[in-house]
Design a protein around this ligand. Sequence first.
Ligand code: 4NP
Length: 154
Amino acid sequence: MIKILFICLGNICRSPMAEFLLKDMVKKRGSAADFYIASAATSTYEIGNPVHRGTRTKLAQYAISVAGKTAVQLTKEDYARYDYLIGMDTANIRDIMRIIGSDPQHKVYKLLQFAGSERNIADPWYTGNFDVTYDDIYEGCTGLLDYLQNKTIV
Ligand code: 4NP
């Protein structure tokens, strides 16, 4: 079982998009049972709130539902619970480190690292563009699954 936690500032736009997109991808590959996937915020801004309409609308284009998801905050204990803690941008990585303290097991990544890029996932809360964010998150999740596949088949 590979446990993955996606993390962004509010947990209403980018990290739930990554959570539900990756869940859909592993389901379509027939490997959903091998994964536990969730998402969380670095901030308290949106705790308890549902996924942003822009993310819901974008995922609905691909028949992906986010039903039941509400924003939660990352805790220090999540470091032990998950194998991968994946932030969306450099500010997220800084905030994740502030919450968890240190990363001795090298579990913290920025999503597009898995696609061989140091780019950030743009925050649609500010850009209003959920299409670009989706494309980048799709690229990151595809790279992540390729990475995990190469890692487990030795
Ligand atoms: P997210 O976007 O980090 O992708 O969920 C944001 C959502 C809410 C806020 C900022 C970013 N906010 O300031 O409330």
